[in-house]
Ligand binder design. Structure first.
Ligand code: 13P
Length: 316
């Protein structure tokens, strides 16, 4: 299908990545000047990626608003290499407060976001399904793709994190394949964000500069979720996961991976010296992620322009 802003629509692009066992990186923009070097890195490596902002980035960082990010995107976004996505709009946020998520998401759709994530994962399953189904209906009616989340990808919460080793060994909060099948069937989401061992980079001002732990992934669990759901899966907390785990995850259903800390920390490290240095640091970090970590260099042509075979089924 044709996207409103021109070119192939985002659901077809992510479906094409999923079928071809490659991945669409989605880069967060917590500071508006990060967008230009991120787009440039995608263009220079000929990778296809999403440019995105999460609610917490206009509340706790300097993205200002979904409209500001969209305005910058529609000015400099490169349609051969990017689309605009709305990341985490939580129903209950990381400070355990209720959010007017329907209003945030409809504002973003008005501003031209082409896919949206509603994150109701802090709610019980039935309520998560109800909130996600509501947004799926609303976004699909406007031609936008929808991502939901099931399971607990930790890291954004205020307060101390449990030990990673304990978390990984116990599988606490990991997505359950049976629940995932029901969630996808009853909500109509295009993509499902899963919890299989990754964690978000910290965002509190006390901890946001710390180096992330090297996460691992439970590929067996991921394969079960993929078999149960049959839709493209999304990996959050994409910074600092062991490389062989990421590439294996892409072979087991991950078609979109979210990256924030890998480009945000270099920006914050250099911004007090100069904007040019900070933007250069973002560019270098994004190129490294694309070329070395995700190996997506050169995949833009095939994802953004090929026709046919989208949306349903893939050979595993
Ligand atoms: P990282 O900060 O680990 O890159 O995670 C980003 C993310 O998942 C945003 O939704």
């Amino acid at each position: 299908m044709e996207a409103k802003g021109g070119g192939r629509d985002t659901a077809s692009i992510v479906a094409a990545a999923w079928q071809r066992h490659t991945v669409v990186p989605a880069f967060n923009i917590p500071y508006l000047p990060m967008m230009a070097p991120t787009v440039q890195a995608l263009r220079d490596t000929d990778s296809f990626g999403l440019i995105m902002v999460a609610r917490l980035e206009w509340v706790k960082f300097a993205a200002k608003s979904p409209e500001e990010v969209a305005g910058e995107y529609w000015r400099i976004g490169d349609r051969a290499h990017t689309r605009l996505h709305l990341d985490h709009v939580p129903v209950i946020d990381e400070d355990h407060l209720r959010v007017d998520y329907v209003d945030d998401i409809s504002r973003a759709l008005d501003a031209g976001y082409e896919s949206v994530m509603v994150d109701a994962s802090r709610l019980p399953l039935d309520e998560n399904i109800a909130a996600t189904r509501l947004i799926a209906g609303m976004a699909h009616a406007r031609g936008a793709a929808v991502e939901g989340e099931l399971g607990a990808v930790m890291g954004h919460e205020s307060g101390p994190m449990p030990s990673y080793e304990e978390l990984f060994a116990s599988g606490k909060g990991f997505t359950d394949p049976g629940e995932a099948a029901r969630f996808v069937r009853e909500t109509g989401v295009d993509w499902l964000s899963v919890a299989v061992g990754s964690v978000h980079g910290a965002i509190s001002s006390a901890t946001r500069h710390e180096k992330k732990i090297e996460a691992r992934l439970n590929i067996g669990r991921l394969g079960e979720i993929q078999a149960a759901t049959g839709v493209p899966l999304v990996l959050h907390g994409g910074t600092g996961i062991r490389k062989e785990c990421v590439l294996d995850a892409v072979r087991h259903g991950i078609a979109k991976i979210n990256i924030a800390t890998a480009t945000r920390q270099p920006y914050e490290r250099f911004i007090n010296e100069s904007l040019a240095k900070a933007q250069r640091a973002v560019y270098d970090a994004a190129v490294r992620v694309l070329r070395e970590d995700l190996e997506t260099a050169g995949n833009a042509g095939v994802l953004a322009t090929c026709h046919g075979g989208a949306a349903s089924g893939r050979t595993t």
